[in-house]
Design a protein around this ligand. Structure first.
Ligand code: UDP
Length: 368
């Protein structure tokens, strides 16, 4: 029997939507399904009080890849938002990422050499030569003061694990600079879609058949026979019935509130780096788009261990999980008719631009 579609795409998030857009351009018939009632996966925005609320956590688009930047800007124009989060510890504010402003506020140093000397002294005192985990990596990059005040509490809340048990690469996501530059990212291009991320998703999925509230696992046999090939963007361990065991993820719970003031914290992102504050950060959504609405919407983020029924956000890429993922990946490699892509199917801490790169690469590999 001839299939109705060339591709069944499971998951209407960024990977699925980009792949679908490429397949459509190549004249392929696609069906995109998503168990949620909405498209866009975790970049979905919800409008409250005229503000685009990042419903599944703050998403700031940044890339150094000109092709990816042009690709998204061809769909929606991006604004000039530059992420400059502030860290709050013991009611004092510090600039992020770690830069001369942070070093000055913390130690009173005014020159790059003084800051470097301070870090070098703290690193020597801690006796770290070859960092083996996140704690050692952090101390070796920025010294013990910054580690204790701005990293340890935040990281242990975010991951629910001791910094000594976490991989070093997580902290390497953050730049350390000896200049007065509060831009959180080093990438050439950065911004937020004007009018919100739904415009990006809607543009990608324009002209493509999408079924929301359609759970692949609820009727696998039915969905499997609809198409010749499949793109799967859900959890890879779930795809294989958890046969080797469950991969671990972190989830985030949001406490979203509308406030009767026009500006609550003066910045889109304020991180609470103390262990005693239960949330990791507060997002004030209007500032992503320089909003002038009379009221404001904030979200407190609480990081938790993922359990069935909650939304998986971050893969926990420690040794045990990576080894487990390798077992699933070996199975996936033997299944050429299914493309596994995105944060959940590749069990990777991807940023949005990397997801787009991967989806475009997958499309090229398909000859699209
Ligand atoms: N981090 C930290 N203090 C901060 C912000 C970040 O220690 O104030 C560390 C923390 O370990 C976190 C990592 O840096 O997991 C990466 O942070 P990023 O902002 O990239 O996380 P995301 O935006 O993906 O949630």
């Amino acid at each position: 029997m001839k299939s109705r579609y060339d591709y069944l795409i499971v998951g209407a998030g960024l990977f699925g939507a980009v792949f679908a857009a490429e397949a459509r351009k190549a004249g392929k018939r696609c069906l995109v399904i998503d168990k949620r009632g909405t498209t866009g996966g975790n970049i979905r925005c919800e409008e409250i009080e005229g503000i685009n609320v990042h419903k599944y956590g703050a998403h700031i688009f940044h890339t150094s890849n000109r092709q990816v930047w042009d690709y998204v800007n061809a769909i929606v124009e991006f604004n000039r938002y530059t992420n400059q989060p502030v860290a709050r510890y013991a009611d004092k504010l510090y600039n992020l990422p770690f830069n001369m402003n942070t070093f000055n506020a913390l130690w009173g140093v005014t020159t790059p050499q003084e800051a470097k000397d301070m870090i070098e002294r703290q690193r020597r005192e801690a006796g770290i030569t070859e960092p083996r985990n996140l704690e050692e990596q952090a101390i070796s990059l920025v010294g013990t003061d910054i580690y204790e005040k701005l990293i340890k509490g935040y990281t242990e809340k975010q991951w629910g694990r001791k910094c000594t048990e976490l991989p070093a690469f997580i902290i390497k996501r953050l730049p350390v600079r000896f200049t007065f530059d509060n831009n959180y990212f080093n990438d050439r291009f950065q911004g937020i879609p004007i009018g919100g991320y739904n415009k990006l998703t809607d543009g990608l999925l324009d002209g493509i058949e999408v079924r929301c509230n359609a759970d692949y696992f609820a009727d696998r046999e039915h969905f499997d026979q609809l198409a010749d090939r499949m793109v799967f963007t859900g959890k890879i361990d779930e795809y294989y019935g958890y046969r080797f065991g469950k991969l671990q993820y972190r989830t985030v719970e949001f406490e979203t509130e509308t406030l009767d003031c026009d500006n609550y914290q003066g910045n889109a992102v304020v991180n609470y780096t103390e262990a005693t504050v239960p949330y990791t950060r507060i997002i004030e959504h209007k500032h992503f788009e320089f909003g002038t609405q009379p009221r404001t919407v904030i979200s407190r983020e609480y990081s938790k261990e993922w359990t069935d029924g909650s939304e998986p956000f971050y893969p926990v890429n420690d040794q045990r999980n990576n080894d487990l993922y390798e077992q699933y990946r070996t199975l996936a490699a033997q299944q050429p008719d299914v493309i596994f892509g995105g944060r959940l199917a590749e069990y990777k801490y991807y940023d949005m631009d990397k997801v787009i790169e991967q989806a475009l690469a997958a499309a090229r590999k398909e000859g699209l």
